[in-house]
Design a protein. Structure first.
Length: 419
């Protein structure tokens, strides 16, 4: 077999060299359709070339977006001790924070009887577990601090423990300084192992020390792990027990993702009101900063209000015959997702939104736009075909571009005006 020439050229040492390298790498990455191997090769070479790049400040400046992107999105694979993809090392992420209790389960949820009810997972034991939360609420003096619990089945993904658990026992635990959104996986099939997964999104609302409200809330996320030792159920962590962790931000572009239960399994009468309360609460934070993540490094928001690409020809092309010519202008309008997902009102949808597949198929974007028909928020006049086209066009505009015109992610990375 012929030796494959190195895909990634050596480190340049001067401005023209860097300009050429930057251009060639961007070409290669997009020509490969953003393949993971190419992504990692570029990320690795960029790390090796760091000193040479530092030595050419003008190049460094014009490669700022490119470098920050490759540094951020390859961190989890290329830097030891950063499996979460955060700039903070995993160990430190879980051990040092303004409110250390943020990433711990409340003591009441480590209660053995409560945990056993979740394991038993029949109607009666789940009712007992819910009653247990009601009892906790009897000791809460102010309604805003009441816990909210409900049960649902996820349509999108099983717990990350290989047990295929889709059922969730969800508990919202509001506190003065931070809120916790906690979910325990419930066994899917009695023939399979008991699920271990328990996860939390903790939203910090106040500054530690002063107690003053943060201008923008911050979040941290963690996967716990239930360890069953005879009768006892211990709460450990996924990282400790398996050595694994993953980049939550790949999907949690908004740290608190709205919950859309499997409608066929959801007890609307019993839990519908609680679900609504939680989704409203989650949406009310506005955009949330994630500790250790620079959101802007993952690219600009998808679906901006205006875009040089969004011409009638582009819309006709990207919608691939799914949309009638007289509806193309409407399609273009519906692409303005970033009026809300702008990084300020709500986390921006940037890389890898639209291409990152969910374990159960589809992308979060296709689920919300096509399956749930929830997005764009408040829009009711799009047909199913138009919704499918909408997802295709958003991806084309962001990742693929049109003719020689690069997509939004690519132009951002190229920084042509700077060069
Ligand atoms: C493959 C995409 C994906 C990844 C990766 C992911 N999640 Fe989620 N997560 C979701 C979706 C989708 C929901 C919304 C619930 C639903 O409808 O299934 C969710 C919901 C949650 C919830 C319930 C609170 C909320 O925001 O709705 C918690 C807690 C949670 N995830 C924790 C985590 C943690 C911790 C990580 C990283 C270790 C993580 N998730 C990684 C897709 C993901
Ligand atoms: C008018 C404001 C608005 C517009 C426009 C809008 N969204 Fe949303 N989006 C929201 C809100 C609010 C939520 C949370 C919904 C909930 O709580 O049920 C959300 C949630 C989502 C989610 C769940 C994951 C996440 O990051 O929050 C996706 C995916 C999504 N929107 C995609 C889109 C896409 C794609 C478009 C454009 C086609 C779009 N949205 C347009 C307001 C908007």
């Amino acid at each position: 077999m012929a030796v494959h020439p190195a895909a990634v050229p050596p480190c340049p040492t001067d401005l023209p060299g860097w300009r050429d390298w930057h251009k060639r790498m961007t070409d290669t990455f997009f020509a490969s359709n953003l393949r993971d191997e190419i992504l990692l090769e570029i990320g690795a070479q960029l790390r090796r070339c760091n000193l040479q790049l530092e030595a050419v400040p003008a190049a460094k400046k014009c490669m700022r977006n490119f470098s920050s992107f490759f540094e951020a999105v390859t961190r989890e694979k290329l830097t030891t001790g950063h499996l979460l993809g955060a700039s903070i090392p995993d160990e430190k992420y879980f051990s040092e924070m303004p409110y250390p209790e943020m990433l711990e389960l409340p003591e009441a949820l480590k209660d053995q009887q409560f945990l056993r009810w979740l394991d038993t997972n029949d109607d009666e034991s789940l009712a007992s577990a819910l009653r247990y939360i009601d009892q906790i609420n009897e000791t809460v003096l102010e309604p805003p601090f009441e816990w909210v619990a409900f049960i649902y089945e996820s349509q999108h993904l099983p717990t990350p423990d290989g047990t295929g658990a889709l059922g969730r026992f969800f508990i919202y635990v509001p506190r003065q300084d931070f809120d916790q959104h906690i979910q325990f996986g419930l066994q899917h099939d009695p023939a399979r192992e008991l699920p271990k997964g328990v996860s939390v999104v903790a939203v910090q609302k106040t500054e530690a020390g002063t107690g003053e409200a943060l201008r923008r809330p911050r979040a941290r996320m963690k996967d716990f792990w239930r360890k069953r030792d005879g009768e006892r159920i211990e709460i450990s962590t996924r990282l400790k027990e398996t050595g694994l962790a993953e980049n939550c931000y790949a999907c949690h572009k908004q740290a608190t993702l709205p919950i859309t239960p499997d409608p066929l399994k959801f007890d609307q009468e019993r839990f519908g009101a609680a679900l609504n309360t939680i989704n409203k609460r989650m949406a009310s934070y506005g955009a949330i900063d994630l500790d250790g993540f620079t959101r802007a490094a993952y690219g600009p928001p998808m679906g901006p209000r205006t875009s040089p690409l969004r011409t009638p020809e582009f819309l006709a092309d990207c919608s691939a015959g799914l949309v009638k010519p007289e509806r193309l202008a409407r399609l273009g309008e519906a692409m303005q997702c970033a009026t809300c997902h702008d990084g300020d009102r709500r986390g921006e949808l940037n890389y890898p939104s639209g291409i990152r597949m969910q374990p159960k198929g589809g992308t979060l974007m296709s689920w919300y736009v096509v399956n749930h028909q929830k997005m764009p928020l408040g829009v009711t006049d799009l047909s199913l075909f138009e919704r499918k086209a909408l997802v295709m066009c958003l991806n084309a505009e962001y990742y693929r571009g049109q003719g020689d015109q690069p997509g939004l992610l690519e132009s951002w990375m190229r920084q042509e005006a700077c060069w």
